[in-house]
Ligand binder design. Structure first.
Ligand SMILES: NC(=O)c1ccc[n+]([C@@H]2O[C@H](COP(=O)([O-])OP(=O)(O)OC[C@H]3O[C@@H](n4cnc5c(N)ncnc54)[C@H](OP(=O)(O)O)[C@@H]3O)[C@@H](O)[C@H]2O)c1
Length: 289
């Protein structure tokens, strides 16, 4: 199994880190334990993570400022991927923010809060439906994002929560280096899309790789983990790593112990029989649907 992948023009390790849940409950407000959040970020980089996923709409502004405080000045090899296209209501709700002005504002907010002069990767987070990817043209917002890229504020562009049709539309507008959609052992709507992206060399970054706010639970996952002397979360990550070479999991955690556990999944070799068992339970497994 390959342990690295090229994201944009940088080589990153297959397992990254997702910072969303470092903010308060529901990715809204400040963290429960600020020092613990800073410690997780520092340990991630110390342990070799060089791909961190974030957004200024986590908090809002909370996770980016934690990342800056914990890690700035950043190591040369660290790729920070962010997302724009949404804003938070005063009640924590998620609202589309897709106008040219809102997108430009979001890029400048990310730059300021992360302490960067250019953003490594910006995903346009599409919000046509609250329930997942939904059709609709992304031409206007992506054209606006590509203009910000031409101004030197963004190095690479990705898409999030998108349909295959939107990816085709997007690739006609600018280079797309990654797609970030929901995918895990239990939620496999993107199976065919992943195979297409593997062929195109585009990274696929599954969000909620461990099930999200309600982590994955399955007796088969637990049985396989026990048989391999591993934990269910390590097996869920190893399954993603084995699924396709362009999959870059970004498991999130607020715990240094869980972080270490998750990163060591890179060493877990899933035998064919275990993979077959795990493939078979996708329809029955529980997750945060
Ligand atoms: N593009 C999008 O629309 C979108 C949407 C959602 C998320 N994302 C991105 O995806 C990243 C990952 O998502 P996520 O963090 O919400 O979900 P996740 O990685 O699927 O799961 C995180 C949950 O699993 C628990 N966990 C992690 N490691 C564990 C372990 N070893 N043992 C037991 N429990 C463990 C965490 O609790 P503890 O804190 O207790 O470890 C947390 O509750 C986010 O950080 C964000 O960057 C993107």
């Amino acid at each position: 199994m390959t342990t690295t992948f090229t994201l944009g023009d940088r080589t990153v390790k297959r397992i990254g880190y997702g910072a969303m849940q470092l903010a308060g409950p529901g990715a809204f407000g400040p963290p429960k334990d600020r020092d613990a959040a800073l410690a997780v970020l520092r340990e991630a980089v110390r342990a070799g993570v060089n791909h961190i996923d974030t957004s200024d709409f986590y908090g809002p502004h909370v996770t980016n400022r934690l990342i800056r405080e914990a890690l700035h000045p950043y190591p040369d090899d660290l790729v920070i991927a962010t997302k724009i296209g949404a804003r938070r209501g005063a009640d924590g709700s998620w609202r589309p923010a897709f106008s040219r002005e809102e997108l430009a504002q979001a890029v400048h907010d990310n730059l300021r809060n992360l302490g960067l002069e250019a953003l490594d990767v910006v995903n346009l987070r599409v919000m046509f439906s609250a329930h997942g990817p939904a059709e609709g043209s992304i031409e206007a917002p992506l054209t606006a994002l590509a203009e910000l890229q031409r101004q030197g504020l963004i190095r690479h562009i990705g898409l999030s929560n998108v349909t295959p049709t939107q990816i085709v539309e997007g690739r006609d507008i600018c280079e797309i280096v990654c797609v970030q959609n929901r995918y895990n052992l239990a939620h496999r709507a993107d199976d065919a899309l992943i195979d297409e992206l593997t062929g195109s060399g585009i990274a696929y970054v599954p969000f909620f790789p461990l099930g999200g706010f309600t982590p994955l639970q399955s007796s088969t996952l637990s049985d396989v983990a026990r048989s391999l002397d591993a934990t269910p979360m390590q097996v869920a990550i190893a399954w993603l790593l084995r699924r396709a070479p362009n999959i870059l999991p970004i498991p999130g955690t607020t715990s240094v112990a869980h972080l270490r556990e998750n990163l060591s999944a890179i060493k877990l070799d899933l035998p064919d029989e275990a993979t077959a068992l795990l493939n078979g339970v996708a329809a029955n497994i529980g997750s945060s649907d």
